[in-house]
Design a protein around this ligand. Structure first.
Ligand SMILES: [Zn+2]
Length: 295
């Protein structure tokens, strides 16, 4: 089913032969990426940036029509638009954008372009629902950082495949979303990236809890419980906490193709096809749109 080879003490190479179209070779580096190893900030393509700005705050944005360099520039624009915490420097945000790009694998679907897509959609949903206005600067950054990192180092297979192929040892946690969150903090805490310089301990832990909660909320296995909590909240006329609101927005953005213009949503469809050989443990209920274990 798969071949595993340990290349060196700090590097694990995993070959997945799960389908002819996706015999991917991916590497997982256990060390963090510091700025010394990061590429230069991409040179701005003014024509692409102008084209991107037209649709950047709308659901008509199609990340597949831009280079990853263009998308780095557009990511920075949205971070700035959201209003960054005053303790956070623009150069740290740039290094974070580059570091996360380095840690997104070349998967058919869970790749850098999907990460941009979810980040940008989260921004659009958070502004059009006025959630962004209710969040303070660190909470806004937490929501966007979570969106940016929500599939960090995604192996292109699901939790079931990771377990069946005995790949758990290659991840920080067998729940992939926990791995994404833990690696996000290892990168953000890297002194060369410098996200947390000047932040208080209390603010750091609040930020960490907010980001981790948002990323773990994207786990498909929690969908029924999440939908039930939302139904209870709306049925009883309750007030959502800011954390629940942030988790809801990121979760919605991660599944947002159904609310996008057809030409924007369709390019992603063929990229999910190679995932088909793995029987999903969940089935989408046709009327409630909740996930249930496949009988
Ligand atoms: Zn995702």
């Amino acid at each position: 089913m798969s071949d595993l080879a340990v290349g060196s003490s700090d590097k694990v190479v995993v070959e997945c032969a799960r389908s002819p179209d996706h015999s991917a070779l991916f590497e997982r580096h256990t060390s963090c990426v510091g700025s010394a190893k990061l590429p230069e900030w991409p040179e701005e393509n003014s024509a692409a940036m102008a084209r991107g700005r037209i649709v950047l705050k709308t659901l008509a944005m199609d990340s597949t029509r831009f280079t990853s360099g263009d998308l780095c520039g557009l990511l920075l624009e949205l971070f700035k638009e959201a209003g960054l915490p005053e303790e956070l420097s623009l150069s740290s945000v740039k290094r974070l954008i580059l570091a996360v790009r380095e840690h997104m694998y070349d998967n058919p679907y869970h790749n850098f372009f999907h990460a941009f897509d979810v980040f940008q959609t989260t921004y659009v949903l958070a502004t059009t629902t006025f959630t962004m206005e209710r969040l303070d600067a660190w909470e806004r950054f937490a929501l966007l950082a979570a969106a940016r990192c929500h599939d960090l180092e995604h192996p292109g297979v699901d939790k079931g495949f990771v377990e069946s192929a005995a790949l758990e040892y290659a991840f920080r946690d067998k729940l992939l979303e926990k791995h994404h969150a833990l690696r996000a903090f290892e990168i953000m805490k890297d002194s060369e990236i410098g996200v947390f310089q000047g932040i208080s301990t209390a603010s750091y832990y609040a930020f960490r809890q907010a980001v981790s909660g948002c990323i773990i909320a994207t786990c498909p296995a929690n969908h029924s419980e999440f939908a039930a909590n939302l139904a209870t909240l709306t049925g009883e006329g309750g007030v959502a906490t800011k954390q629940f609101e942030m988790e809801l927005l990121l979760r919605a953005a991660d599944l947002s193709h159904v609310i996008k213009p057809f030409p924007v949503a369709t390019p992603y469809t063929p990229h999910t096809t190679p995932y088909a050989p793995h029987p999903t443990p969940y089935t989408l209920h046709p009327t409630t749109f909740t996930l249930h274990p496949t009988p």
